[in-house]
Write a protein that binds this ligand. Structure first.
Ligand SMILES: Cc1cc2nc3c(=O)[nH]c(=O)nc-3n(C[C@H](O)[C@H](O)[C@H](O)COP(=O)(O)O)c2cc1C
Length: 206
């Protein structure tokens, strides 16, 4: 039994986790039967099941965490003002509005559509960060106009890493920063501090 399993012995294996485990064995470098016989693939699957995904995590774990650390706690995946309120009550230091890039629920609300409501509820008490689909400088500007203190990028830097390693990641970040700078200037703003809702044009009704 691995260390991860000892920590979370109560986790039930879901159908999704079994599917992922089968995929893991199939993509093992040796043939599936040899992989199982060697014990290595089985150990890898056990480890995966033990540490990947904690479906039993709940709001009740936040006070537990809060009591045990003075490090900042940022809660990611908030899309509803009620959840933002609940996170504030639990003493989080920041909120990340994110739908995880739409990878979890197909057709989920767009994180950008959820941002203004969450930002209004938080009302500056803690920083509101944003991710999901930030690809260009103007994406950064839109998110900041709608209440984000900063944005995060997920897949773009991984694409850069896959294409050119460290240099690729640097390129992605430098391009994004350059686009942000350019778009700020074109929008007549000297810095991100000048960004607010008034910078955005409202779409006229059809
Ligand atoms: C392969 C992959 C794995 C991810 N794993 C996690 C995770 O374990 N926890 C998490 O909060 N978000 C996870 N995410 C979501 C990202 O952190 C991010 O919220 C999402 O990709 C949206 O940002 P993006 O559109 O810039 O990629 C993952 C995303 C990808 C692509």
């Amino acid at each position: 039994m691995s260390a991860g399993e000892e920590e979370h012995p109560h986790i039930r294996t879901s159908l999704g986790a079994i599917g992922s485990a089968i995929e893991l064995i199939r993509s093992w470098p040796s043939r599936p039967f040899q992989a199982i016989a060697s014990g290595e693939a089985v150990a890898a699957v056990r480890r995966f099941l033990a540490i990947y995904s904690r479906p039993d995590l709940s709001w009740d774990d936040l006070p537990f965490l809060r009591e045990r650390t003075r490090l900042p706690i940022l809660l990611k995946g908030i899309l509803h003002p009620d959840d933002a309120r609940r996170a504030l009550d639990a003493g989080v230091d920041g909120i990340i509005v994110s739908n995880h890039g739409g990878r979890q629920v197909d057709g989920a609300v767009a994180a950008l559509d959820a941002l203004p409501g969450v930002a209004a509820t938080v009302d500056g008490r803690v920083p509101v960060l944003f991710d999901s689909g930030v690809r260009t400088g103007s994406d950064v500007i839109k998110a900041m106009c709608l209440g984000a203190k900063a944005v995060l990028i997920g897949r773009p830097y991984i694409y850069g890493l896959a294409l050119a390693g460290e240099r690729g990641v640097r390129e992605v970040i430098e391009n994004l920063a350059a686009e942000l700078d350019l778009t700020l200037g074109l929008a007549g703003c000297r810095s991100v501090a000048e960004l607010d809702r008034a910078v955005l044009a409202t779409a006229s009704p059809p």
